[in-house]
Design a binder for this molecule. Structure first.
Ligand code: C2E
Ligand code: MG
Ligand code: MG
Length: 656
């Protein structure tokens, strides 16, 4: 073999390999002999290799753009064995000209390859195509591609592919094969051309399964838009949906209601029971809220214990009120969480309407927030619509929140005392101390305006200690004057009650004021007793040991299980005002009141009815042996000086 022939062969291989490699698509590995001298056989082999490489390059030149994502590696010629000769080269040439050899190459590709005719019937497909569709690839021959696709309008899709291939030289996009869930693929179709680049009327398609990638994309999209705890849309998806709904609402002339739903006193649950239990409560409430979602609505978790509902099918404003009430009703029933613990959770809802209360997502959300604050301020477990003027109210609330921090230092709190009366005799047996805030700008404020604020900010702990000291100081002052005031009942906040060392504090306060513990009654609520029964039981036991009296306040207003009563050695059950209110007109309330009186007595407790306003209510309670009472029919809460005079007047039997 002369030097020229060797050079030509080497250049042919180098050019071919270089050209293919330069497209970054194909890797061609040609193993050549390492012998320094070439025989005639070696030359032939090199020529064949060069020819094959050139042929491959030429054949694939028109497909190179159609395969940007496909990486096929390999056409490896084994290194020639010693004794490599003409016969081997001829055998190889024959093998490479054999169509089965090319089929093997295609079958070793990981991407599916389809050759289809003008009617989209499959003329050829490789093994990967069969694997993709879960069939033998030979079976697929002759089948119309459209029958294998999962698309709403297959014909339109195929037409689009045909048009793109004709005009742009290729079609690239996603195709979904198979039935039910489908196999998502990325596909490229291009015309098949012959050696003179003439179109042969057939298309070649390379198809890659991207299902796994899609699943990963879908999952990351889901994670970015959903709350992991409740699986509800998160704030960002909520915002998108609200924008979308508002964009369509104008031309559809639709009304929309935005409900912001906030759980009442959730902070107490979280702090009292721990975060794991708090999470469980949120999950259970989210499930319950799901029942209030209609088709087209969006329910989202937009904050710690805050949810949002976009109500889209609204013809009349009342429908949003019904929906809000429905939400309150489904949240309220007793929840049983891990360990059989029972909880009563309530929610407050603020509603803003489109277009009346705002036309942008910001306006609606802001106004729904204001309405929510109003619902919270007005006693919770309620819904409120946005109305003008709430902005100003919110400003006042913010000012109060700010001023609360200094109010204690500025001596702005005081107590009013409401007499508690023995119903059978009319004798004053004591009083309930009810806190007031004398605000320099807004005047006398009632506890509903600031107690929850103080609980949320934690200021209640200091305020609570001040209250105990102030009440004991007042009692001691009356006792020193020899006034027959009986006991003083003090309301406790759950935060204050659970604060470490509470019983020790009470003991200290009583000692400091030299007060007989039996003259102090501490009022706790049902929910406080229920939230963390183990802790509550232990604190109650410590207080009992001190000798102070205990009362359950607002009994009958919640849904507590009665079981806890036996663990709580309280002296007094205070029937909630809501039951007394309709005593004369509501047979159920009357029946419950009678039952509570009997229950209290059978457990060895005294029963006190709150909020007695009429003679009728008083007569009913006396008739059913209720022990004590409190309400405007006797006297409203009054400053200390007035109460001292009142107590003196009614210290002995009064005419009822
Ligand atoms: P509560 O302990 O159930 O107190 C009874 C509330 O009912 C008092 O309202 C009282 O003024 C009112 N009331 C009494 N009799 C009648 C009546 O015949 N008719 C009507 N309509 N109302 C009557 P107030 O003073 O606004 O207290 C509200 C709540 O604030 C109290 O409910 C108690 O839970 C809380 N609270 C009051 N003082 C304190 C305190 O010092 N510390 C804490 N943590 N909470 C307090
Ligand atoms: Mg009370
Ligand atoms: Mg009460």
């Amino acid at each position: 073999m002369n030097i020229h022939s060797r050079l030509i062969s080497a250049i042919a291989i180098a050019v071919t390999a270089g050209a293919l490699a330069s497209h970054g698509v194909w890797e061609l590995t040609v193993a050549v002999t390492s012998k320094s001298t070439f025989s005639a056989g070696a030359l032939l082999e090199l020529s064949v290799a060069a020819g094959l490489a050139a042929w491959l390059w030429y054949q694939l030149r028109h497909m190179q753009h159609a395969l940007p994502t496909t990486r096929v590696s390999l056409l490896t010629l084994p290194p020639p064995r010693p004794g490599f000769n003409r016969t081997h080269a001829e055998t190889r040439k024959q093998r490479e000209e054999n169509p089965r050899y090319h089929a093997r190459i295609l079958d070793s590709m990981i991407d599916a390859v389809f050759v289809i005719d003008h009617a989209f019937r499959i003329l050829y497909c490789n093994r990967a195509a069969g694997t993709l569709l879960g069939r033998d690839n030979a079976e697929l021959k002759g089948i119309a591609l459209g029958r294998l696709l999962q698309a709403q309008q297959v014909d339109a899709l195929l037409e689009a592919i045909d048009a793109a291939v004709t005009h742009a030289g290729r079609w690239q996009g996603e195709l979904c094969f198979g039935s039910s869930q489908g196999i998502v693929t990325e596909a490229i179709f291009a015309p098949l051309t012959d050696s003179s680049t003439e179109r042969l009327g057939t298309l070649i398609g390379v198809v890659r399964d991207i299902h796994a990638r899609k699943v990963a994309e879908t999952y990351s999209g889901y994670v970015a838009n959903h709350d992991p705890l409740t699986a509800l849309p998160n704030r960002s998806l909520f915002r998108d949906r609200l924008d979308q709904v508002l964009a369509g609402a104008d031309w559809q002339r639709r009304k929309i209601a935005l409900h912001l739903i906030d759980l009442d006193s959730f902070k107490l649950i979280n702090e009292g029971l721990g975060q794991a239990q708090g999470d469980q409560v949120l999950q259970r409430i989210a499930q319950r809220l799901g029942a209030a979602v209609h088709q087209g609505d969006t329910l989202a978790r937009v904050g710690g214990d805050k949810f949002a509902l976009i109500q889209t099918t609204l013809h009349r404003v009342e429908q949003s009120a019904f929906r809000a009430q429905h939400i309150l009703d489904i949240v309220e029933p007793t929840l049983t969480i891990t360990g059989g613990r029972e909880l009563n959770v309530t929610a407050s809802i603020g509603i803003a309407l489109y277009p009346e209360n705002g036309v942008t997502a910001e306006e609606l959300t802001h106004n729904a927030e204001l309405a929510l604050s109003r619902a919270k301020l007005e006693g919770r477990n309620a819904y409120r619509f946005f109305v003008r003027g709430m902005e100003e109210e919110m400003r006042v609330r913010c000012a109060l929140e700010h001023d609360l921090g200094h109010a204690l230092m500025h001596d702005e709190f005081l107590f009013h005392y409401q007499p508690q009366v023995e119903l059978a005799t009319g004798r004053v047996i004591g009083c309930e101390a009810l806190i007031r805030w004398h605000h320099p700008k807004y005047g006398l404020l009632y506890p509903a305006r600031f107690i929850s604020m103080a609980e949320e900010s934690g200021a209640i702990v200091r305020l609570g200690e001040w209250s105990l000291r102030e009440v004991c100081r007042q009692l001691k002052a009356w006792q020193r004057k020899g006034l027959p005031v009986g006991h003083i009942a003090v309301n406790l906040s759950a935060v204050q009650f659970r604060y470490p060392g509470f019983a020790t504090l009470v003991d200290q306060v009583l000692r400091d004021a030299s007060i007989d513990p039996a003259c102090l009654e501490l009022e706790v609520t049902e929910s406080l007793a229920m939230e963390n029964p183990a802790l509550a039981t232990s604190i109650v036991a410590q207080l009992k040991q001190l000798g102070v009296k205990l009362a359950i306040d607002d009994f009958g207003s919640g849904y507590s299980s009665l079981g806890y009563l036996k663990r709580f050695p309280v002296q007094t059950l205070k029937i909630d005002r809501s039951l007394i209110d309709e005593l004369a007109t509501n047979r159920c309330d009357a029946a419950i009141t009678i039952a509570v009186i009997e229950l209290g007595h059978s457990l060895g407790m005294h029963v006190l009815a709150e909020g007695i306003e009429t003679q009728e209510q008083l007569d009913f309670l006396r008739c059913h042996q209720c022990d004590f009472g409190q309400g405007t029919t006797f006297a409203a809460a009054m400053p200390g000086g007035e109460f001292a005079a009142y107590a003196k007047r009614f210290a002995v039997d009064a005419t009822l």
